[in-house]
Ligand binder design. Structure first.
Ligand code: ATP
Ligand code: MG
Length: 463
């Protein structure tokens, strides 16, 4: 993108521009003089003068610099950074996490205050599994098109070198950095900082520091101790032991713990809003939910309030339970009997699927294979490991466990992993409780046998 390329202001940008120059105590003529551009250019951005071709990027930069706002406050980030500025590897995840996003204004506002109060720094959102940390990161990224990285343990996308490679590519593309292919993060940030105009900032969002895998010693993902001015990191992680923080820095830092008492009402409101959204006509679940509510002769208000309590402010809980109620899975339950909290939901579902009663069946084996393998795996490989027909395995994956799995295309093959880290944790607790149980030994033996068969096949075919 060249400084002379043309852009237009967004509808919110027009308002933001008007508010900002007034707040700065300037008239249009004074702003034009300070930014060294014409009054007509400002009027075009304000929408009070026709703007057929747009205005040049450098002019927006000048105005933003004078008013100490972001160019993306005036121009939609999608137009400012170009259409495809979300990293393709995270595009579908971001779309999925933001599809029915509700609330969280208090988090974004607190982050904004942190930015305003500090020249640079690290801001970390802490919260339990399923409280919505990744979704908050995804929402921020989709609005500001921030460079980003999602650590995903179940996909083995969680090592410092992979993070650096991805962020380096994103920064080089966005800021047209030259000869930076081998630069480390600190050098890249310094080079970007040099290109930022006054008032402009760089926010890099990184999700799930708790899922990072690296040798202890240095900062997680080798995040730098010092940052240049106007550079911020928005991080998320599960609650952690202070000894294992893995992030020693010499710049301002702040944590927002979603579990903090002071956010109880905010969390409750956001959760309530989400239930109300799902009760609306286009959610796909309205009919089933309303039927469930009516059959029990309870008011919708009561349903929303009680379910919000049951959810323990956990979005992941609702993501499972609302569709399950709608499709009749809880027809034999009343409001009071619904599981309390995410872990009880998993355990409850586990029992209802008959996993305790008929331990050792194909359904259980397949889950443990997904747990043990830990990377996306095709149906055919699972069938090979359990030595069962691929059709039967596919049925289990697509019918029994569908809401717990993520399907993705890897090198032209449909592969499966466990969708959410909280379910992975649940399965791990089963393994810890029961590591001597026959099924775990069997699954591991089946994996070893399968690999040995594959090696032998390769040797036979002379590869
Ligand atoms: N603000 C929100 N509005 C609507 N849905 C949400 C919101 N936050 C989370 N969800 C839903 O809940 C699910 C779980 O949230 P998310 O994955 O963000 O949790 P998390 O805190 O990152 O959990 P983990 O620590 O296990 O990674 C999301 O996939 C999304 O469907
Ligand atoms: Mg997450």
């Amino acid at each position: 993108m060249k400084p002379s390329d043309k852009v237009r202001s967004s509808e919110t940008g027009k308002i933001k521009l008007k508010v900002s120059y007034k707040q700065a105590g300037l008239t249009i003529a004074e702003l034009a003089a300070k930014a060294n551009i014409s009054e007509d250019t400002i009027k075009r951005l304000l929408g009070t003068k026709e703007c057929l071709n747009g205005v040049e990027r450098w002019q927006v930069n000048k105005i933003a610099e004078v008013l100490e706002i972001q160019p993306t406050d005036i121009v939609d980030p999608k137009d400012w950074y170009g259409q495809n500025s979300l990293p393709p590897e995270f595009e579908s995840l971001i779309a999925e996490k933001t599809r029915t996003f509700c609330g969280r204004r208090f988090v974004f506002d607190t982050f904004e205050q942190f930015i305003k109060a500090n020249p640079c720094g690290y801001f970390t959102i802490v919260g339990d599994a399923g409280m919505g940390k990744s979704s908050i990161a995804a929402k921020y990224i989709s609005e500001y098109l921030s460079p980003c990285y999602f650590n995903i343990l179940v996909e083995r996308r969680n090592r410092p070198e992979l993070f650096l490679k991805s962020i380096r590519r994103q920064l080089i593309d966005r800021y047209q950095l030259l000869k930076s292919e081998d630069d480390d993060l600190a050098t890249l940030l310094a080079n970007v900082a040099r290109k930022l105009t006054a008032g402009e900032r760089l926010v890099i969002a990184i999700d799930a520091l708790d899922e990072v895998e690296q040798e202890p010693g240095e900062n997680l993902l080798h995040l730098p101790k010092n940052l240049p001015n106007s550079v911020y990191f928005l991080l998320t992680r599960r609650p952690y032991n202070p000894d294992k923080k893995g992030l020693l820095v010499d710049v301002p830092e702040r944590e927002l713990d979603l579990r903090d008492e002071r956010y109880v009402d905010f969390n409750h409101n956001d959760i309530t809003e989400y239930i109300q959204v799902v009760l609306k006509p286009d959610s796909g679940y309205q009919e089933g939910l309303k039927k469930w509510i009516q059959t029990r002769s309870i008011s919708e208000e009561n349903f929303v309030g009680e379910l919000a309590k049951k959810s323990e402010n956990n979005f992941m809980y609702l993501r499972y339970v609302l569709p399950a109620i709608a499709c009749g899975d809880y027809n034999d339950f009343d409001l009071k009997q619904l599981p309390k909290g995410l872990q009880e939901y998993y355990q409850n579902h586990w029992v209802r699927m008959g996993m305790e009663a008929k331990s050792g069946q194909l359904m259980e084996g397949i889950l443990y294979i997904l747990l043990e393998i830990g990377t996306p795996i095709p149906c055919g490989t699972i069938a090979g490991i359990v030595e069962k027909d691929e059709y039967d395995v596919k049925q289990v994956l697509e019918d029994d466990w569908v809401e717990y799995l993520k399907k993705q295309n890897v090198e032209e093959e449909i592969c499966y992993t466990i969708y959410h880290a909280s379910f992975l944790d649940f399965l791990k607790t089963k393994r810890q409780m029961d590591s001597k149980r026959k099924i775990f030994q069997e699954v591991n033996q089946q994996i070893v046998d399968y690999l040995q068969r594959k090696i032998a096949e390769k040797e036979d075919s002379g590869e």
